[in-house]
Design a protein around this ligand. Structure first.
Ligand SMILES: [Zn+2]
Ligand SMILES: [Zn+2]
Length: 329
């Protein structure tokens, strides 16, 4: 039964348990102490949590069906279209850029910390541009369309976003001398933690995690990032350490009296795969078509979302600043 085999392989693939399963079958449990062995145990955590969160949602009768449905379709689509592009990009970049590293580092714990801070800088740059340049927002907005927060949002990405993100993050790391081995380790930690910060209220209600909220980026910070409330717009771009948000003044804590409203400011049909995936591309194409002159057309591509050729802009920066000004006594 080929169909059943395919479904079986896909489910195993999604859960990421095949490697751990191989080790269990071989009976050589010492393999779990190797780097690959540890990875094989950590990797399935997020997919299993996604399932658990879905079950909790059903049990609490807050199933967020729309979000799960569309994110599942996105997962399937990306699985077949964009899977290898990002991996190939990183491998190519390592070959090209390693000789141009500005400094030499090694594979030890202090260069690991250095590497992580550099990686976060690369992540900040990619993510900031994803919000501030309309073309890149077309790639990133799929991730922001869901109007509920849960772990399935981790899978909501336009298929070209991973290669675009990895070009920037990998380039920054390689030029600043991060060793490829360290880079892969950091990518793995970052990917796993970056998935976890999407944990929803059905699983963890208050995700500030006490004092940790002061020193690292918690799911609470990332809920703020996904919110469209004026105060929360375009804040918290980091992933695990929020140093760069503090340096560049984009840091924002969750306020108890302001509950995050998830989603994007454009009216989007969040239950429609096509609208979630291509909606911003179409909106941009329409704006370009209607704009007079080449300069205006190009400005739509490269200026922040909300920029308008009439001069009446509605960018996140303007919305947030106006909100803060009106709030002051
Ligand atoms: Zn974002
Ligand atoms: Zn996110």
């Amino acid at each position: 039964m080929e169909v059943l085999d395919t479904i079986y392989n896909e489910v195993f693939g999604f859960l990421g348990i095949s490697q751990a399963w191989e080790i269990i079958k071989s009976g050589d449990y010492s393999a779990f102490r190797t780097y690959d062995g540890i990875k094989s145990l950590i990797y399935p955590l997020i997919p299993l949590l996604v399932l658990l969160e879905l079950i909790l949602g059903l049990a609490y009768k807050k199933p967020q069906t729309k979000v799960y449905k569309v994110n599942f379709l996105i997962y399937v689509f990306n699985r077949f279209v964009g899977r290898f592009i990002a991996i190939a990009m990183v491998t190519l970049l390592i070959g090209w850029l390693e000789p141009y590293a500005l400094i030499n580092t090694e594979s030890n714990w202090y260069w690991f910390i250095y590497g992580y801070i550099v990686w976060e800088l690369g992540h900040f740059i990619y993510h900031y541009l994803g919000h501030k340049v309309r073309l890149f927002w077309c790639l990133h907005s799929t991730h922001h369309a869901p109007e509920d927060m849960n772990l399935s949002v981790t899978y909501a990405h336009f298929f070209l976003e991973a290669p675009y993100a990895d070009i920037i993050r990998t380039t920054v790391c390689l030029l600043l001398g991060v060793e490829p081995i360290m880079l892969f380790l950091i990518m793995f930690i970052d990917g796993t933690y970056g998935a976890f910060i999407h944990v929803g209220e059905n699983m963890i209600k208050d995700a500030r995690f006490g004092f940790l909220n002061k020193i690292m980026l918690t799911p609470s910070h990332h809920r703020v990032h996904h919110a469209k409330n004026p105060l929360y717009l375009d804040t918290n771009f980091c992933n695990l350490l929020n140093i760069w948000d503090r340096v560049f003044h984009t840091y924002q804590e969750e306020q108890t009296e302001i509950k995050p409203e998830y989603g994007i400011t454009r009216k989007v049909n969040s239950g429609n795969f096509f609208d979630v995936y291509f909606g911003e591309v179409i909106a941009l194409a329409k704006d370009i078509a209607q704009a007079p002159g080449l300069k205006n057309k190009l400005s739509y591509v490269f200026m922040p979302p909300g920029w308008n050729h009439t001069g009446v802009h509605k960018t996140s920066k303007i919305v947030r600043t106006t909100y803060l000004e009106n709030k002051l006594p």
